[in-house]
Design a protein around this ligand. Structure first.
Ligand SMILES: *Cc1c(COP(=O)(O)O)cnc(C)c1O
Length: 473
């Protein structure tokens, strides 16, 4: 493809994306077709002769988009949002076009330095502790996901708990990670990858009213392990759990970690973005105890997947844990000690220029645009929660500190599951569910920049219509 052919096809692709966004609202949020539908319609192999991009675009319309879950749809209220935006797509396009490998400072100096500066910008925007800024012992990096951030934190924690010997000898004793029963599944996955096994994660009880980690239960678990000769390596606390956006109490948890010298990682994958608004920083109280912290701009901050912002308070420890320097990567800049080589801050060697999409987003929206986006989601969720609160047949389940509302019908779990199925089958909205204290609970997470009061009100109308049909009068 010559540059001129690319220019022509590229314009067509950008037009296609713009049309997709402009027509999203008219599409069903999810496909109702059975598994195998897409695969059965695809040819058995690739074409022998090359085809124009227009042929692929036509197939996108007939084969692909009808069989998608449309995450950017204004009626998408499932899981957590996975925002994208025009500036994010454009920044990603530039990154793809540059095709830079940013594994070392020397392999793309601007790729490294822009990332370092943007992570400082973000730390300022969220008012994170000073010790996460570059120019201190700490610093930030973009990981592909919060799961990778937890894995990296776990590896550094093991390095520390093993007295700096982990990188040489691996696991030489029994180590343990701690997270609440509401902690994300990536904590167990990280422990398994790190060689601790699933049993290497001790689930800590939560307060049943708040779903937040009980500091007393954490202390008891640590004390029992220490008495049994197990080494506590890491506590993963969550600000905004995936199930209900519960907030683990960092001041108490942090004090326990400090007392026992345990690495504290704070996972704010979803809720961290809210801290761009000063009035939504309550979850970060006690964050000064954290050895590492992450949140996902790719969830609620208008930046397309993948973009997890991860900070550590001690970069030396991180680099010592992960750095391997083969001869073919040696270079003068690295040896000078004056540069950051981000390959040492992550699991893979290679890395693409992810900072570009974040840069495009931060510059297009500005801090006030980001705050407006978050505030709109929080206000829409509050509007929906008011509807739930005002209807005797429904109950709000727990608080809604951010833009996720958990609720259920005052009826059996099966009725609630049927309610969810009926509402989703309309194709107008998509909600998901969880269990809270064992009870089937519906979740409505606002977050698409296209969602307005009209869409939240429509979700409520669909829910009440379905409830009318389901409940005996
Ligand atoms: C979504 C989520 C994750 C996983 O995020 P990825 O970036 O997809 O790995 C981890 N922790 C919490 C609390 C989450 O909500």
């Amino acid at each position: 493809m010559t540059p001129d052919e690319f220019r022509r096809a590229g314009h067509a692709v950008v037009d296609w994306i713009a049309d997709y966004w402009a027509t999203l609202e008219r599409r069903p949020v999810t496909s109702q077709d059975p598994p195998g539908t897409v695969a059965a319609r695809l040819p058995a192999g690739p074409p022998e002769h090359g085809e124009p991009v227009e042929a692929v675009l036509a197939d996108l319309d007939t084969l692909i988009t009808p069989e998608l879950t449309h995450w950017q749809h204004p009626g998408f209220f499932g899981y957590f949002p996975a925002n994208t935006s025009g500036p994010s797509v454009l920044g990603d396009l530039v990154s793809a076009g540059l095709g830079v490998q940013g594994m070392l400072w020397a392999t793309g100096p601007a790729c490294t330095e822009l990332e370092t500066v943007l992570l400082d910008w973000l730390a300022d925007l969220l008012d994170l502790p000073k010790r996460f800024r570059s120019g201190t012992a700490g610093g930030g990096v973009i990981q592909d996901s919060a799961s990778s951030a937890t894995l990296v934190a776990t590896l550094v924690a093991l390095h520390r708990a093993g007295g700096g010997r982990w990188r040489e000898v691996g696991i030489d004793r029994r180590y343990r990670a701690y997270a609440s029963t509401q902690g994300h599944s990536s904590i167990e996955k990280a422990a398994r990858i790190a060689g601790l096994g699933a049993e290497g994660v001790r689930p800590v009880e939560v307060d049943p009213r708040t779903q937040a980690m009980s500091p007393a239960a954490l202390r008891a678990a640590i004390e029992a392990d220490v008495a049994a000769g197990v080494v506590p390596a890491i506590v993963v606390a969550t600000v905004g759990t995936t199930s209900t956006t519960a907030i683990d109490p960092l001041p108490e948890i942090g004090a326990i970690c400090a007392e026992y010298g345990i690495f504290l990682h704070v996972d704010a994958a979803y809720a961290g973005a809210a801290a761009v608004c000063p009035e939504l920083r309550f979850g970060h109280a006690g964050l000064e105890y954290a050895d590492s912290y992450c949140f996902d701009p790719h969830k609620w901050l208008l930046t397309g997947f993948d973009c997890d912002a991860f900070w550590v308070a001690d970069t030396a420890e991180l680099i010592e844990a992960l750095s391997v320097l083969p001869e073919y990567l040696r270079n003068a800049a690295t040896e000078s000690g004056a540069v950051i080589d981000y390959r040492d801050w992550q699991v893979p060697l290679g890395r693409r220029f992810r900072a570009l999409k974040l840069w495009f987003v931060l510059r297009w929206y500005g801090a006030e645009g980001l705050r407006a986006h978050i505030r709109s989601g929080v206000a829409l969720a509050a509007r929906f929660a008011d509807r739930v609160r005002a209807d005797d047949r429904f109950t709000l389940v727990g608080a809604h500190p951010y833009a996720l509302v958990c609720f259920r019908l005052e009826a059996d779990d099966e009725v609630n599951a049927e309610l969810l199925a009926r509402v989703n089958a309309t194709g107008r909205v998509h909600l998901t569910h969880t269990r809270v204290n064992g009870r089937y609970t519906l979740r409505l997470a606002v977050g698409s920049p296209h969602t307005t009061e009209v869409h939240v009100d429509e979700a409520w109308t669909l829910l009440t219509d379905a409830a009318n049909a389901l409940l005996p009068h």
